[in-house]
Design a protein around this ligand. Structure first.
Ligand code: ZN
Length: 394
């Protein structure tokens, strides 16, 4: 008996989260004795907003969903950066053996990739500055850890929610809520209590926008905690922001001239990649909530591209199972048929096939990378540049 409106892992594996037309399709095909071998391909026709690249995420869950079914699966490694109309995953098997999983499979990939892509954009904007996901509260708790895993692999340094942190294998990161200051009646009283009670290994980052002006609260807090104060957090409500950058600059100045230049400025609340760019000259760290966990999903499609030996696809889609080749030197991409021979790049280097066999007859054949390894790969790709120009830009 459950009171929450969620599907369990067992129900998802049993194909219960499926659109009913797949059940009807199966009923018809079964009755007519049609169970043909197909290849289906995951790809993206169009990115949301003005994006022109994305981070492929959610592959681990998708592979775990397909594991144990009589299918062969090829996939890009989770965390691969890609562009529109590139093949991301190919599934080969009899349609009736996996067709009903389309809904759940796409849901896993679409949402995870949406979060990871926005996180990667925030990472590009933030450069080397700390970036933390604060967005668990924006999603249903049953999927928040999945979203925050994607936020982490997309480039966040950490996540605030305890369960999410457990999944990525890191300690959760947090400061203090407005509730603590309201309940203790004063920012400095709350700061001192935090310093007294909380493990000294935790950085003292004090929220300074709850009751009074940020500048004066920052000065009071710095005077109270001195060298123990690691940072101050601005979560200033939008109705009070005015020129937010100026507010940060003014506070920075007042702290510096009083000898508190070690105190870092942490900004949260309505932050996205554009805010990060705007505030990057004065803010030292960013907490991003809604814009990452609630990021627009990537609208992947899963289309039939082969039936038995024939290459066939619907209108608007190239037929044939494909793979993505990428040049390790100039980073040019090339899409060719899955079985095609690899070809040299225009620059003279050998292109690398990114589409790897991941499931063979229902068995996962690759060791799946940890979130940390995937994140490292994303950061490496984000750093690529050719002739001084970034390959993946905001
Ligand atoms: Zn090349």
């Amino acid at each position: 008996m459950t009171h929450f409106h969620i599907a369990t892992e067992e129900e998802i594996r049993a194909g219960k989260v499926t659109d009913v037309y797949f059940l009807r399709t199966n009923e018809i095909l079964s009755k007519k004795g049609i169970n043909r071998r197909v290849a289906m391909e995951v790809f993206l026709k169009k990115f949301p907003n003005t994006y022109d690249w994305g981070v492929y995420a959610g592959a681990e869950e998708a592979l775990r969903l397909l594991e144990g079914h009589p299918v062969d699966v090829w996939s890009l490694p989770e965390g691969t950066l890609f562009r529109e109309n590139q093949p991301l995953m190919v599934i080969r098997g009899k349609y009736l053996d996996f067709g009903i999983f389309e809904t759940a499979l796409l849901g896993m990939l679409c949402q995870s990739s949406g979060c990871a892509t926005r996180a990667a954009r925030c990472r590009l904007a933030a450069g080397d500055k700390p970036l933390v996901s604060f967005g668990a509260r924006r999603m249903h708790p049953s999927v928040a850890p999945m979203c925050e895993r994607a936020a982490y692999i997309g480039g966040c340094d950490g996540v605030a929610a305890v369960k999410s942190a457990e999944i990525i294998g890191r300690d959760p990161i947090g400061t203090m809520p407005h509730a603590l200051i309201l309940l203790m009646g004063d920012t400095v009283v709350a700061s001192k209590a935090f310093h007294e009670v909380i493990d000294p290994g935790i950085n003292r980052v004090i929220l300074i926008d709850t009751l009074q002006d940020e500048k004066f609260e920052a000065i009071r807090t710095a005077e109270a905690l001195g060298k123990h104060l690691y940072g101050i957090r601005f979560d200033t409500p939008s109705s009070r922001r005015g020129n937010f950058r100026r507010l940060l600059e003014e506070t920075r100045w007042e702290l510096d001239i009083r000898g508190y230049s070690h105190v870092k400025i942490f900004v949260s609340g309505g932050v996205d990649e554009h805010t990060i760019l705007d505030l990057s000259s004065v803010a030292d760290a960013f907490g991003v909530g809604t814009r990452i966990t609630g990021a627009p999903v990537l609208d992947y499609a899963l289309d039939i591209v082969e039936i038995e030996e024939e290459k066939i696809a619907k209108r608007g889609k190239e037929s044939g199972a494909k793979k993505l080749l990428r040049c390790p030197v100039c980073h040019r991409d090339c899409v060719v048929l899955l079985e095609a021979a690899e070809e040299p790049c225009r620059c003279g280097s050998t292109m690398v096939n990114l589409m790897r066999p991941m499931i063979r007859a229902g068995q996962i054949t690759e060791t799946l990378p940890t979130p940390e390894e995937i994140r490292r790969s994303v950061l490496q790709q984000l750093s690529w540049a050719v002739e001084g120009r970034r390959v993946w830009e905001l």
